[in-house]
Design a protein around this ligand. Structure first.
Ligand code: PNS
Length: 174
C-alpha cells in the first residue's frame, strides 16, 4: 500500500505548541508528515530558515514519521516532488478562513494544471481550544515585551526567543 504523505507548510517563526498540536493530530491520519519551512522573501523572519528547521527537528525528536526541511518555490511543486498529495493547515478562527480558502483552491488549481495533473488537497485541522488565540507573531511580541511564553512554545524555543531579543535590533522583526 502507498504511504500517505502530507506536507505541513508554514513560516514557523517560531514553531509553537499550537503547531505541535496540529502535527500530533495529522499524524493520526497520515503515515508521514514533512514539516516544510517556506523560504519566502516576502516576510522578515526573526529566525533564519536553518534555525527554524533545527527547532522543528529538536521539538519533534520523539515523534516517529516526522521530517523537517525548508522549501522554496511553489508549495504544490514541492509537495508533488515529495509524493505528497495532502497539505496540512491549522484553522484557528473564522479570521483564518478567507486566506486559507484562497490558498487551498489556488494550490488545488496549480496541482491540477501541473505537468502530471496531480491532485493536492488541503486538510484543515482545528487545534485544541487553548491554542485558538495563539500565533507565532503574538508569542514574539509577548517575549519581546518580557512576558512569559512557557505555555505557548517549548522551553528551548522560549530561551531562543529571549536570546534573540537581547540584541536590540531584533526588536524590529515582529
Ligand atoms: O505560516 P504561514 O506564513 O501562514 O504559511 C504560509 C505558506 C508558507 C504556507 C504560504 O505562504 C506558501 O505556501 N508559500 C509558498 C509559495 C507558494 O506556493 N505560494 C502560493 C500559495 S497559494
Amino acid at each position: 500500500m502507498n504511504e500517505k504523505i502530507a506536507i505541513y507548510p508554514g513560516s514557523f517563526d517560531p514553531l509553537t505548541n499550537g503547531h505541535l498540536d496540529i502535527l500530533a493530530r495529522a499524524l493520526k491520519i497520515f503515515d508521514k508528515i514533512i514539516v516544510a519551512v517556506a523560504a519566502t522573501e516576502l516576510k522578515k523572519p526573526l529566525f533564519s530558515i536553518a534555525e527554524r528547521v533545527k527547532m522543528i527537528k529538536t521539538a519533534t525528536l520523539n515523534l516517529k514519521n516526522v521530517e523537517a526541511e525548508s522549501f522554496s518555490g511553489l508549495l504544490v511543486d514541492y509537495a508533488l516532488q515529495k509524493k505528497a498529495n495532502a497539505l496540512i493547515r491549522g484553522l484557528r478562527a473564522v479570521s483564518d478562513f478567507e486566506y486559507e480558502f484562497q490558498m487551498a483552491l489556488m494550490n488545488r488549481h496549480l496541482a491540477k494544471h501541473s505537468k502530471n495533473q496531480n491532485h493536492v488537497e488541503t486538510v484543515y485541522l482545528m487545534p485544541d481550544e487553548k491554542y485558538t488565540y495563539l500565533s507565532s507573531t503574538l508569542v514574539k511580541e509577548v517575549v519581546r515585551l518580557g512576558g512569559d511564553a512557557k505555555n505557548f512554545v517549548p522551553k528551548f524555543i522560549e530561551l531562543a526567543l529571549i536570546k534573540k531579543f537581547k540584541s536590540s535590533h531584533a526588536k524590529i522583526h515582529l
